[in-house]
Ligand binder design. Structure first.
Ligand code: SDX
Length: 429
């Protein structure tokens, strides 16, 4: 296949290198475009623009394929744990038993929060959104854990990764308990990563939390499905902020902020709010589908559509099955699950959704799963953030290890006023 593309501008021909990825995706390398031609490209939302070469996650949006370091997400969901998948994403290979045990020990050793951070929580308004608290607290971690020069760079970075992975879980549970005015539950060295989180969230002196291994396993799968997704909005925020060589905590804090948006990670909360509205209005999804199709209405069907997937999101298929499994295990029914299935059925028969390739994405069922676990609505996106953390860390690491490292600084096409003179205010009419 051609390894160059020809561009003719004002009668002059320019050759652009064509590069090819492991799975056959091809790209025009425009690194020298402006130097060679004086022109830049314009691509609002970067729908056609690759920001980097990466060996972490592969997605095929047309075929609904998702692989972490080459391993299909379906296999990881079936056989792996969140800790093992986090290790795979960050280190590039699945761990040996010894490596995984060492990783687990470090996660345990770094699971406590500095007691002085407690006062941060106590000074947030009770109604503060947990995503705003999490973004602030992660940024605040830097003040408590500055890089220590006596450790070598690689060891320091690994400790920082593990500290973040472990403490973000404790911070989330702590913010929940403090928001209720309840006693904070400390992490236990006896519990695994996911069991520890559930215990910190739901244990209480008057009602001890009974660890259910099926729910722990379901949470592992939930976080595996969220662990990475190549250059999505929040990962791109981590890479962009990280490109200025800020510390990892600041870059991750930026990723949390980006994920908060309802078009991105905030969609899992928005889906449940939409389904609840449909339920409260009698359960008929038709008016919402009509609104989603109405160009004059800014309403979007939350949990539907994706920038990359133009078929089923493979994670959404697994999440739907997990909802049913957990509700069955808990012997519970959730009317919102029935509404979601009805909505999906009606939408996928509608030509608008078919023509626009709009299918349920990861967020469409994830909120119903979280409701079944007892996670409060305003913490749904925090749950997404905890799952996405290994992905953000691995992508940040790949970018700082890149010998081609560049500060992210896109260009623009200016369409404002031409040069004009200042007018003193007294002359302004
Ligand atoms: C996540 O990127 C990732 O990988 C993200 C993520 C991850 O793991 O990191 O997968 C997680 O963020 C999943 C997406 C969660 N967001 C939602 O569920 C919110 C609802 N979805 C949409 O807002 C939308 O689908 C986006 C933002 C997700 C993607 O939008 P695009 O690719 O920018 O598409 P677009 O906005 O250009 O829309 C293309 C067309 C438009 O119609 P036309 O003007 O071309 O006629 O599709 C329509 C849109 O109006 N459209 C929708 C729709 N999504 C797109 N119409 C109704 N309802 C929707 N949900």
């Amino acid at each position: 296949m051609e390894s160059t593309a020809r561009l003719i501008i004002d009668g002059k021909t320019f050759e652009l290198p064509v590069i090819e990825g492991t799975e056959g995706e091809r790209a025009l390398d425009i690194s020298d475009l402006r130097k060679e031609t004086g022109l830049i490209t314009l691509d609002p939302g970067y729908a056609n623009t690759g920001s980097c070469e990466s060996s972490i996650t592969f997605m095929d949006g047309e075929k609904g394929i998702l692989r972490y370091r080459g391993i299909p997400v379906e296999q990881l969901a079936e056989h792996s744990s969140f800790r093992e998948t986090a290790y795979l994403l960050i280190n590039g290979e699945l761990p040996t038993e010894e490596e995984l045990n060492r990783f687990s020990e470090m996660l345990n050793d770094h699971s406590l929060i500095h007691e002085d951070m407690r006062s941060f929580f106590e000074n947030f308004p009770r109604r503060a959104h947990p995503m705003g608290i999490l973004s602030s607290m992660v940024n605040g971690l830097r003040a408590f854990y500055p890089e220590l020069p006596q450790r070598n760079e690689k060891e320091e970075i690994n400790i920082t990764f593990t500290r973040l992975l472990s403490k973000v879980r404790t911070l989330a549970a702590m913010s929940y308990k403090i928001s209720l005015g309840h006693k904070v539950v400390s992490p236990s060295h006896r519990l695994s990563y996911c069991a520890n989180f559930l215990n910190m969230m739901f244990d209480s002196p008057v009602r001890p939390y009974a660890i259910d291994e099926d729910l722990v396993q379901a949470l592992n799968v939930f976080w595996i499905l969220h662990a990475d997704h190549e250059q999505n909005c929040s990962t791109s925020a981590v890479r962009l902020v990280g490109s200025a060589r800020v510390n990892l905590y600041a870059a991750i804090s930026a990723g949390i902020a980006a994920l908060w948006g309802p078009l991105h990670g905030g969609a899992n909360q928005a889906v449940v709010e939409m389904l609840q509205q449909i339920y409260d209005n009698g359960g008929d999804p038709a008016p919402y589908i009509a609104r989603a199709k109405d160009k004059s209405d800014p309403f979007r069907l939350m949990g539907f559509g994706h920038r990359v997937y133009k078929t089923y999101d493979p994670r959404g298929c697994i999440m739907e099955k997990m909802c049913a499994k957990v509700l069955k295990k808990l012997k519970r029914k959730d009317p919102l699950l029935d509404i979601a299935k009805r909505l999906e059925e009606v939408a996928l028969k509608d030509s608008y959704f078919i023509d626009h390739n709009l299918y349920p994405n990861l967020d469409f069922y994830s909120g119903i799963f979280l409701r079944a676990l007892g996670i409060p609505l305003n913490m749904f996106t925090v749950m997404f953030a905890i799952g996405r953390l290994p992905g953000w860390i691995s992508q940040w690491k790949e970018s700082i290890d890149d010998p081609q490292w560049k500060l992210h600084r896109p260009r623009q096409i200016y369409i404002g006023p031409k040069e004009r003179d200042y007018i003193p205010i007294e002359e302004k009419s």
